[in-house]
Write a protein that binds this ligand. Structure first.
Ligand SMILES: [Zn+2]
Length: 73
């Protein structure tokens, strides 16, 4: 049995996500931008995805961090 991830997924290991990287929710397409932070979860601008709390979830649909995909500029 093999496990495959969506293209661009980071496999749930947020520590491998570069600090500047934006990530997109694969369910509702909400984009988390580290330079903007997250008002809903009171994450200040400059908060990397890896620095968000483990229980952080999508502000729009409630998806977990594992449901976010890396966005390439
Ligand atoms: Zn979402």
């Amino acid at each position: 049995m093999s496990v495959s991830f969506f293209a661009g997924a980071y496999g749930g290991d947020a520590s491998t996500v570069p600090a500047e990287t934006r990530l997109e929710c694969k369910i509702c397409w909400y984009v988390y931008d580290p330079s903007a932070g997250d008002e809903v979860w009171q994450a200040p601008p400059g908060t990397a995805f890896a620095q968000l709390p483990e229980h952080w979830s999508c502000p729009q649909c409630g998806a977990s961090k594992q449901d976010f995909l890396l966005l390439d500029d």
